[in-house]
Design a protein around this ligand. Structure first.
Ligand code: ADP
Ligand code: ADP
Length: 220
């Protein structure tokens, strides 16, 4: 099972990926997390990516394609992956298709989590993350102890690019550069749509049921 999570920033891709990864044995691959890690490590690539991320722009295709494809070929992703935040442009999707064909593998489905722009802005402005990348929301998914991660106890922070002025730009970038992928995967018969305005548990139940069906079909 090789799955792609699609949807605007803040739709709930990371939240669902965390849950689905526990249901099915899938490597969770988030290019956003990988880029933030590179930035924190101060690598050359991280520093280059930072200016784009802070401005709410996409990091150039050649940089992201390189790290994503390399990650897919690692051992833990051999039996299946859950791509979160990649591909985000048509050239990225084409590069992924070419890589998969070379590996004699194929994409099982593209899972689209939809939510209107007003919801997105509220979600992103209330998003808080722990040191290990666990995601909370001040109102919709608060930690047990305010401002602290339930799992590692670290102080929760707001991502630099989650400030309101950057969120609008990221949404515009999504509609312009990433939304065309909806048609791209629909044309291949791979698109599955989910209503991201439901509660995290409802969204999770719906996606899990669909994946379970896809897996059964795959085994037949
Ligand atoms: P969100 O969870 O809000 O959708 P991500 O963590 O996936 O955000 O990504 C954060 C930032 O990292 C993006 O705004 C972009 O600058 C960069 N990024 C992540 N994935 C990609 C990608 N596939 N292509 C280009 N840039 C990316
Ligand atoms: P993405 O990875 O698509 O950018 P996240 O999973 O990080 O999105 O979710 C964005 C914010 O919205 C987080 O603060 C998260 O706790 C919250 N959130 C996620 N799913 C839902 C939902 N179904 N309803 C309300 N809030 C949600």
């Amino acid at each position: 099972m090789n799955l792609i999570l699609l949807g605007p920033p803040g739709a709930g891709k990371g939240t669902q990926a965390e849950r689905l990864q526990q249901d099915f044995t899938l490597a969770h691959i988030s290019t956003g997390e990988m880029l933030r890690q590179a930035k924190a490590d101060g690598t050359e690539m991280g520093l280059k990516a930072q200016e784009f991320m802070d401005a709410g722009q996409l990091v150039p295709d050649e940089v992201v394609i390189g790290i994503a494809l390399e990650r897919i070929s690692k051992d833990d992703a051999r039996d299946g992956f859950l791509l979160d935040g990649f591909p985000r442009t048509v050239p990225q999707a084409e590069a992924l298709d070419a890589e998969m064909a070379g590996l004699e593998r194929r994409i099982t489905a593209a899972i689209l989590i939809e939510a209107p722009d007003e919801d997105i802005v509220r979600r992103i402005s209330g998003r808080r993350v722990s040191k290990s990348g666990r995601v909370y929301h001040v109102e919709f998914d608060p930690p047990k102890h305010e401002g602290r991660c339930d799992v590692d106890g670290s102080v929760l922070i707001q991502r630099d690019d989650d400030k309101p002025e950057t969120v609008r730009e990221r949404l515009a970038v999504y509609h312009r550069q990433t939304a065309p992928l909806i048609e791209y995967y629909d044309a291949q018969g791979l698109l599955r749509r989910f209503d991201g305005t439901r509660s995290p548990t409802e969204v999770h139940d719906h996606i899990r049921a669909t994946i379970a069906t896809l897996r059964l079909e795959d085994e037949l």
